[in-house]
Design a protein around this ligand. Structure first.
Ligand code: PLP
Length: 392
């Protein structure tokens, strides 16, 4: 017998992938230049030149060492480099032993969920949330509790969080800069959240952890500041990825970091390592660990994403669309014309404009545009956006 729940998961197509693949097929019919694909979050800025130079250098070295298994938690030189990089940001002492290398942020989050998935465990997510969270949580022993979106500000509505905390709450996933809204949670909001979590942890007699999902940490604009959450809330696990910051999502490299300040940090780290084993983790790609060891100082070039963000935001708001102004990541949410996100996405699709309804992100009524696209495509897409609003 085959697991019916896994069949269902395997068959359930992500609407992002569906739109993206439709675009590839449709390009053969109408020509690539007539497709306006804002569906997928694949970086459109090449990986920094330094990473190619590093890889070429590594390929001339000891091949056995380069391609061999590493310790499950990662090579010590890469862990030392990441700890030093994080310590700069946090003014906190992060040790290499706090860092567990993973194949990107996704398995770091899954391992952390599994590590905390005791009986009846609840994991809170804040809408709008990354559409894969339900899979990460409910398939790994957790119940997902959704905090509705505060569509006035897209910040965290801390009172709504508090109302939903129960003695079973094990963790809350905090993703800032946010996919899909592009919003960066303010220090004020995060401090309020920390106060509530601290008080409730005391009341329930166990820590409620924050799982800080931070793949867009450095992708911020207009001087927006991403708070290093462990400094305001020690019980935080950082799940990071180089997928977006170094434009290498296919290389699968990231980490979970459990600072010493987190409650039961040694046990939590061990549980994350154990949980990673259960999902088949052996080690993160060896060559990429070495690339990271030598390149932790690199930061993403955000100029193109910023330019796209500004062009789209001002062009669409001038036309009359209601847009959520992004301060980070490379996405923008736009209110669906007519109010129904799926219907609006379908209407746009008929014009070869591929925009993602946000229902699966827990926030119906909007569409998500990935702004990691070519500026030229944005210019070509504007008449279509205009046509849609004029005909609505
Ligand atoms: N979390 C968020 C918010 C994301 O947007 C993504 C990828 O798009 C991930 C996690 C997964 O990242 P990775 O590719 O590093 O596994």
């Amino acid at each position: 017998m085959i697991s019916s729940s896994m069949i269902a998961l395997g068959k359930k197509r992500s609407c992002i992938r569906e739109l993206f693949e439709y675009g590839v097929r449709q390009a053969e019919v109408v020509g690539k230049e007539n497709i306006y694909d804002f569906s997928i979050g694949n970086p459109s800025v090449p990986a920094p030149e330094e990473t190619s130079v590093t890889i070429q250098g590594l390929l001339h070295g000891d091949s056995l060492a380069l391609h061999g298994y590493t310790p499950a938690s990662g090579c010590m030189d890469a862990r030392v480099a990441v700890a030093a990089d994080l310590a700069k940001r946090s003014h906190d002492s992060i040790r290499p032993e706090n860092v567990f290398f993973t194949c990107g942020a996704a398995p770091a989050i899954v391992a952390t969920v599994r590590a905390l998935a005791v009986e009846d465990a609840e994991f809170m997510v804040l809408a709008p949330y990354f559409a894969e969270y339900p899979m990460y949580i409910t398939s790994n022993g957790g119940k997902m509790v959704v905090v509705p979106p505060d569509t006035d500000s897209f910040q965290i509505h801390v009172d709504w969080v508090e109302e939903r905390l129960t003695p079973h709450t094990q963790a809350i996933v905090v993703n800032s800069p946010n996919n899909p809204s592009g919003v960066v949670y303010s220090a004020e909001t995060l401090k309020k959240l920390a106060e509530v979590l601290t008080r409730k942890s005391r009341e329930f007699g166990h820590p409620i952890y924050i799982i800080a999902d931070e793949p867009y940490r450095e992708l911020v604009y207009d001087g927006a500041d991403t708070v290093y959450i462990p400094t305001i809330y020690p019980n935080t696990v950082i799940c990071y990825s180089y997928s977006k910051s170094l434009s290498m999502p296919g290389e699968r490299i990231g980490y979970a970091c459990v600072p010493d300040s987190a409650a039961d940090s040694a046990d939590l780290f061990a549980a994350i390592a154990g949980a990673a084993r259960t999902i088949g983790h052996v080690c993160a790609p060896s060559m990429m660990q070495k690339v990271i060891a030598l390149n932790t100082v690199l930061r993403p070039k955000v100029e193109l994403y910023d330019k796209n963000r500004k062009t789209l935001y001002s062009a669409l708001t001038d036309m009359g669309y209601e847009c959520v102004k992004p301060q980070g990541a490379f996405y923008m949410m736009v209110k669906a014309l007519g109010g129904d996100s799926k219907a609006f996405s379908e209407r746009a699709k008929r014009e070869n404009l591929l925009i993602v309804p946000t229902d699966d992100f827990g926030c119906p009524g909007y569409v998500r545009l990935s702004t990691c696209v070519s500026p030229d495509m944005i210019e070509r897409s504007l008449p279509v956006f205009r046509k849609l609003i004029e005909n609505s």
